[in-house]
Structures are given as structure tokens and as C-alpha cells.
Design a protein around this ligand. Structure first.
Ligand code: SF4
Length: 334
């Protein structure tokens, strides 16, 4: 199966409980938990605030766990900053697992041997998600540091050897060569990763860089990614990839992926920080979801982020039974 059975069944239960039983129109699927804005790298596509924070300004573990409770999301993606720099990471992961949530630990992998392996045990609820934006030369360029690719690959291999579930996460930028992306998929398949997430880069308001794509660029590149997805174990759904390739359209579902940061709840979405608040009720009840779903804001113009649209794929499934069958086959046979 492309996604472990327990993640799939818990996600379906969550949808049935919230959508059918409670009749909710909107509810979070994923919590993006950013316990700190400190990082050991300063990648060129990263929002400035996400790697310049001080360690002393990190969130306490109890505050993170309260956010897990408040959001109710079955999946918690721990990112940042670099989460392996967070000193209380073992305690945080234990607390999330105790609450029966699934964790994606999003990391550049440089500190895995020092801060994760041997300190946090493999668990069926824990997936390690390693950032890799290309082969050696490209990835080291994106991370603005030599040797990052080699260390990340060494840590992926070590994680797999120790029994962790390890996937990778690749962002496609304007300069990304799709032949190289295919080479990366071939290489990662060869070392046995459990899945590869590929998504289009998004121009953060705070990143002054010319590496991001327009909607046309995204569609052109993702037509090729769609082809590649038929040969490799990509974890982006085929419907999402068709959307990114411009072959179908969806409204955004920014409420599906809520973001908790060292400044509080960030709204309306992972990418846009119009407002931060410490109150879950204020964030959830006062964000104009209908406006952001419509994608009419100029900041939404070139966005095809999986955090906004994968949930739209799932939400539309009941009205497209053919897609439901396709998705089930894609997951079972992947
Ligand atoms: S379209 Fe993108 S930028 Fe706009 S609300 Fe959705 S996820 Fe955020």
C-alpha cells in the first residue's frame, strides 16, 4: 500500500466522524506544528521567519500538545524551523503518539544521528520526511551548503536500516529540471524509500527570490511529473497532480491544514500569515474561509500547494465515484 493501512483507516474514520456524523463542512486533516523558527540551514526557498528565530523563543511542549488537541487533526506534521534542533523533541513525539495521532517529522536530516536515532524509537505512527530538492549539486545549491545531499542520503539509509518509515519531500522550482527529478526518483527508489512527495514551490511574501513558478510554469512541469508518477511511488494523489498540471480544477481547502507557530495560529493558511493569534476559537471562527477557498486573493494566484488542495481532492470524492475507485486502486496497488 502507498500509505500504511492505519493512516488510511484513521483518516477515513476522521472524515466519517466529522463529515457524516457531525455534519461539519470544514475540519482540519493535518496540523502543521512549527515548535520553533530556528534552523541549522538557510535554504534559498525558505521563508525568512522560518529559519531566523531564536531557540529560546520555541514553543513549550505543553503548548504544542494543546494545539494538537485543539485542532483535532489525525495527522501532525512537525516542521519549523528544523524540528531536530528542538531539545524536547522526544517528549513532544511521545505526547503526540499518546494522543493516537500520526506524525510526519519534516527534516533536513543533518542531525538525525545525533538527535533522533537511538533517542526516539521507530513507531508505526512516526514517519520521517526528508527534504531533498534534487541530486547532489542542485540540493546543495538550494540548501546553500555543500555536503547536505550526501548527509541526508546517509541518514535516509540509516533510518531505513533501523526500521523507521522514511519518505522524501521534493519542491519543484522554476529551475528544476524534470529529467533530474526523474533521476532522483530512480535513485531514491533504488535505496528503498517508502514514498516520495513532490509539490510545486510557492512564493512566500517574505522570500525575495526568482526561483518560484507562475501557474503556467507549474502546469507545464507537472504534466511531466504526472508521467513520472506512473513509474515511481509518489505520494501525491493522481488527482492532485492532474490539478497541478492544469487538467482539472478545485477550490482551495486552507482549513484542512492548520498551522501553529511560535507566534500562535497562523491564518489563513500555511503560506499566508495575514494574522496570528493564540486562540484556536478566534483563528477558526474568524478566518473568512469562504473567501480563501475561492482563490480570488492575489496571493493565491500561482498557488498549487498540496496543503491547500489534497483535501479538496478528498472532499470532492463523493461526487466523483470514478475518482474514488481510482484513488483506492492507487493506494492499494502503489
Ligand atoms: S490557494 Fe494557496 S495561498 Fe491561497 S489560501 Fe489556498 S493554500 Fe493559501
Amino acid at each position: 500500500m502507498r500509505f500504511p493501512l492505519h493512516i488510511t483507516t484513521d483518516s477515513i474514520k476522521h472524515q466519517l466522524h466529522n463529515g457524516l456524523i457531525k455534519g461539519k463542512k470544514r475540519y482540519p486533516f493535518v496540523l502543521m506544528l512549527e515548535p520553533l523558527y530556528t534552523c541549522n540551514l538557510a535554504c534559498i526557498g525558505c521563508a525568512i521567519e522560518r529559519h531566523t528565530g531564536k531557540l529560546k523563543d520555541r514553543l513549550p511542549v505543553e503548548t504544542c500538545l494543546q494545539a494538537v488537541e485543539d485542532s483535532g487533526a489525525p495527522i501532525v506534521s512537525i516542521c519549523g524551523g528544523e524540528p531536530t534542533v528542538y531539545p524536547e523533541l522526544p517528549e513532544l513525539i511521545d505526547g503526540i503518539i499518546e494522543r493516537k495521532r500520526h506524525i510526519y517529522l519534516c527534516t533536513n536530516a543533518l542531525l538525525m544521528d545525533r538527535n533522533v536515532y537511538g533517542k526516539i524509537s521507530p513507531d508505526k505512527r512516526l514517519t520521517i520526511n526528508v527534504h531533498l530538492d534534487g541530486m547532489r549539486e542542485t540540493h546543495d545549491y538550494v540548501c546553500a551548503k555543500e555536503g547536505v545531499f550526501d548527509k541526508a542520503v546517509e541518514m535516509i539509509e540509516e533510518g531505513l536500516r533501523l526500521g523507521y518509515h522514511v519518505i522524501t519531500n521534493t519542491t519543484v522550482y522554476k529551475e528544476t529540471k524534470i529529467d533530474e527529478l526523474e533521476e532522483l526518483c530512480e535513485f531514491l527508489t533504488g535505496i528503498g524509500v517508502d514514498g516520495m512527495l513532490v509539490s510545486p514551490g510557492y512564493q512566500y511574501e517574505t522570500v525575495d527570490s526568482n526561483i518560484f513558478m507562475t501557474q503556467q510554469d507549474i502546469q507545464q512541469k507537472f504534466k511531466r511529473v504526472l508521467e513520472i508518477s506512473k513509474r515511481y511511488r509518489l505520494t501525491s494523489t493522481p488527482m492532485f497532480l492532474e490539478f497541478a498540471a492544469g487538467l482539472r480544477d478545485y477550490k482551495c481547502s486552507p482549513w484542512s491544514t492548520v498551522t501553529f507557530t511560535p507566534l500562535g495560529w497562523k491564518g489563513p493558511c500555511y503560506l499566508i500569515g495575514k494574522k496570528h493569534t493564540w486562540s484556536w476559537d478566534e483563528f477558526w471562527n474568524e478566518t473568512d474561509w469562504e473567501y480563501w477557498e475561492s482563490r480570488q486573493d492575489r496571493l493565491c494566484q500561482n498557488c498549487a500547494m498540496h496543503s491547500g488542495f489534497e483535501a479538496s481532492v478528498v472532499k470532492e470524492l463523493p461526487s466523483n465515484p470514478g475518482d474514488m475507485v481510482r484513488l483506492a486502486a492507487w493506494n492499494l496497488l502503489g
